[in-house]
Ligand binder design. Structure first.
Ligand code: NDP
Length: 282
């Protein structure tokens, strides 16, 4: 594997409220009991500057320790968190935010997301996020797992447009209409499970990895990047954390980009809106 040191890993797109976030972040879902701290330390050494956590991951305290111990000034890091589905509604969200902020040990959170559009609750939740944004407790607010219909409701209700929509996105789930809707409204897309939770054994991706002299993970992450999508791959292994940062120094041809697009099967590897709605919808 080639060296993956990228001095500009903190570079990224400007969001619709004027701030920037890195193109690459470290996901820490399922990293617990100190694993998250080691992974974050390694990631920061390798040049990562963004971390994606959530109350649901039960590791915000570990993320907070890693941030405090990493030796970087706070302003060089970009930290995202999200409230869980049973914490939605206006007042509950404000409480959930305070709990996250305390666990993370942060005065200001960079990006706070509505984790899922919980039916009957998410519009009030969004109002609480707008309040947090207006009082300066968060630098930006966004959503996660929102379909077009949910985004339309938020756009209708609120003058504050989500800066990002963080969604499951990978070659087997390309979600073109949702991507087009987000682009049209200046909502940046972030891909969760970009590596399909490690099931990246696709013949075309391997063929392209050979062709470009890259790994399968790097091909997929580059495909996201060329589509203007932020990625937050998760790993607790230093070599993979390094590998996953190695997609900035090559270009996939437009023909090969389209071949990857055609792998779409609308197939999820993670939780779906229907799963969440059945459990939490009001
Ligand atoms: P990913 O697609 O990032 O895959 C992570 C899995 O792939 C882990 O098992 C990891 O193993 C393995 N892996 C990592 N790098 C490589 C590599 N280069 N080659 C082969 N295998 C690899 O899945 P996630 O579901 O974790 O998604 C990423 C992040 O997105 C989460 O951590 C979380 O922050 C966020 N997320 C958000 C959701 C939401 O609802 N908003 C839902 C789910 C995730 P190992 O760690 O052992 O290296």
């Amino acid at each position: 594997m080639q060296s993956t040191w990228q001095p500009a890993l903190n570079a990224g797109p400007q969001l619709n409220n004027g701030i920037s976030m890195p193109w690459l972040g470290l996901g820490v879902y399922k990293a617990r009991n100190g694993e998250e701290e080691q992974a974050i330390q390694a990631a920061i050494e390798l040049g990562y500057r963004a971390i994606d956590t959530a109350t649901f991951y039960q590791n915000e305290d570990g993320v907070g320790r890693a941030i405090r111990n990493c030796g970087l000034p706070r302003e060089e890091l970009f930290v995202t968190t999200k409230m869980w589905n049973d914490q939605q509604g206006y007042e509950n969200t404000l409480k959930a935010f305070e709990a996250s902020r305390k666990l993370l040990g942060l005065e200001v959170v960079d990006l706070y997301l509505v984790h899922w559009p919980v039916r009957g609750k998410f519009r009030e939740t969004w109002k609480a996020l707008v309040h947090l944004y207006e009082q300066g407790s968060v630098r930006a607010i966004g959503v996660s797992n929102f379909e077009i219909e949910h985004l339309e409701m938020i756009l209708k209700d609120s003058p504050v447009v989500p800066v990002v929509n963080q969604i499951e996105l990978h070659p087997l789930l390309t979600r073109k209409p949702l991507l087009e809707f987000c682009a049209a409204h200046n909502i940046r897309v972030t891909a969760w499970s970009p590596l399909m939770r490690g099931q990246i054994d696709l013949p075309l991706v391997h063929e392209l990895a050979q062709k470009y002299g890259k790994t399968a993970a790097q091909i997929i992450l580059r495909w996201d990047h060329q589509n203007g999508v932020i990625v937050i791959p998760k790993s607790v292994h230093r070599e993979r954390i390094a590998e996953n940062a190695g997609f900035f120094d090559f270009e996939i041809s437009s023909e090969d980009m389209q071949r990857i697009d055609r792998l779409n099967q609308d197939r999820h590897v993670g939780t779906t809106y229907q799963d969440v709605d059945a459990l939490y919808g009001a």
